[in-house]
Structure formats: structure tokens, C-alpha cells
Design a protein around this ligand. Structure first.
Ligand code: 3SL
Length: 235
């Protein structure tokens, strides 16, 4: 039976073997939620960058650029990191390719590249990701983007929610990390948005739009798509 393990921070990735496994990279607030939303709104593909300058430079090649550092849109780009940037129509996104860099999420994607498949997970596409994993029948590692190497609640909650969806067809009991995430999910699942009000990142993004973003990002099964990161592109 395939197993589900959870890596609480990209800093712990050297301890995990990703070979032959599926890595589900998650940054609920907000990078992977925004990427899923972008593709659902007709963005053709995204190119994730770890650094700002190479991302900005892709404007010259016709890409829309999206960049965030410390929760704020970076200077000189088209979009920040709110999913509403892809929904509000201020910047037309349909049919465009997007170069994107964020504080933690895009870095976590690159660090997961050794996996057999690297997929982009969010509550917004939770059911679609679970179905993809059932079809693959491979061991799964949920890679939490965290915050600058630190543990965070929202990505761990996603890990618990995904493990709950995959049980009993997957082994969700052999890893203490997965057991802890399942317990956290059980504690928070009846009111995820309410639970996350106390999270460090919601307090860090302490302005009105952040609450609006958070309430959107915890919605489950809004989009039936599974973005895959391959050959430098998220499609
Ligand atoms: O760290 C990241 O990659 C971002 O998702 C952080 S933020 O939600 O845009 O502040």
C-alpha cells in the first residue's frame, strides 16, 4: 500500500527520499492557491523562479510577471500573490504565460524536483489531487513551503486534509508527521478559516485583503485540475 508522509519545511527535504514518489508542494497562503487559480482562469502555464530578477526579466519575453516578498507585491511586476489577481480582471490573464516568484512557494517547488511527479496542491484542488494520487499508486510526500524554513499551520492542515481523503487506501499511520497533521486537521476541519485566524502568516499579512484571501484559499474542491511542475513549467 502506498504511504503518505509530510515534510513540514523545505529545510527538512534532505531527510526525505523523493525518488519514485509524488511530491505535493503546498503553500496555502498563498502561492499554490494562486497558481491553481491562475491555471483555472486560463493562464497557459507558469514559470516559477526562486529569485526576483530572473522573474522580472521574463517580461521582455512577453510573460506576465507575478512577484511577492514578505507578503507584499514586488516592484516592477504585473501581479502580486493574491488569487484575486487572477480573478478580478484588472490584469487580463487568459491565454498568457506567467513568470512567478514568491518567498517560499516557488523555492519549495524547485527543491522538490527530484520526485517522479511534482504537483501543485491547495485546498482549492484537494479532491483532484487526491484522485491523481489514487491513480498513481506511488508513495506521496507533501512538501510544506512553510515560512522561511519554519513550520506553518496552514500547509500542515492541508497535509492532514489530504491524508484524510486518501485513507484507507494509503498508509497514513507510519509517519508521526502524518499522524500529527491528521490530528491537527481533525481539530480544525469544522472551521478552517476560524482556526487559521491565529496562524502566524495571517497575523503577518494583517490587512483586510489577507483575510479575504485566506477565506478563499481554504475553500475545498473549487477547481478540478492538478498542475504539474515539469521541465521548468507548471502546466
Ligand atoms: O511564501 C510564499 O511563497 C507566499 O505564498 C507568501 S504570501 O502569502 O504571498 O505572503
Amino acid at each position: 500500500m502506498p504511504s503518505v508522509d509530510i515534510c513540514f519545511s523545505p529545510e527538512l527535504l534532505p531527510l526525505y527520499n523523493l525518488q519514485g514518489r509524488v511530491a505535493v508542494v503546498v503553500d496555502i497562503l498563498r502561492a499554490t492557491s494562486s497558481m491553481v487559480t491562475a491555471l483555472a482562469q486560463g493562464v497557459t502555464y507558469l514559470v516559477p523562479h526562486s529569485e526576483l530578477d530572473p522573474c522580472r526579466a521574463m517580461a521582455a519575453e512577453g510573460y506576465l510577471t507575478a512577484a511577492e516578498r514578505d507578503g507584499v507585491q514586488a516592484d516592477g511586476v504585473d501581479l502580486g500573490n493574491s488569487p484575486f489577481g487572477y480573478l478580478d480582471g484588472v490584469v487580463p490573464v487568459r491565454g498568457r504565460a506567467v513568470a512567478i516568484t514568491t518567498t517560499n512557494g516557488t523555492r519549495a517547488l524547485h527543491l522538490s524536483a527530484a520526485a517522479e511527479h511534482v504537483v501543485v496542491g491547495a485546498f482549492l484542488n484537494l479532491g483532484a489531487v487526491a484522485e491523481f494520487l489514487r491513480q498513481q499508486q506511488r508513495d506521496v510526500v507533501v512538501v510544506c513551503a512553510g515560512w522561511k524554513g519554519m513550520f506553518c499551520l496552514e500547509d500542515t492542515l492541508f497535509g492532514g486534509a489530504l491524508a484524510a481523503r486518501l485513507a484507507p487506501g494509503f498508509d497514513t499511520t507510519s509517519s508521526d508527521a502524518t499522524l500529527a497533521a491528521l490530528d491537527l486537521w481533525q481539530a480544525a476541519s469544522s472551521n478552517v478559516a476560524g482556526y487559521l485566524l491565529k496562524s502566524a502568516h495571517v497575523r503577518r499579512l494583517n490587512h483586510l485583503e489577507a483575510h479575504k484571501d485566506m477565506e478563499f484559499c481554504v475553500r475545498q474542491d473549487v477547481y478540478d485540475l492538478v498542475p504539474v511542475f515539469r521541465n521548468g513549467k507548471i502546466i
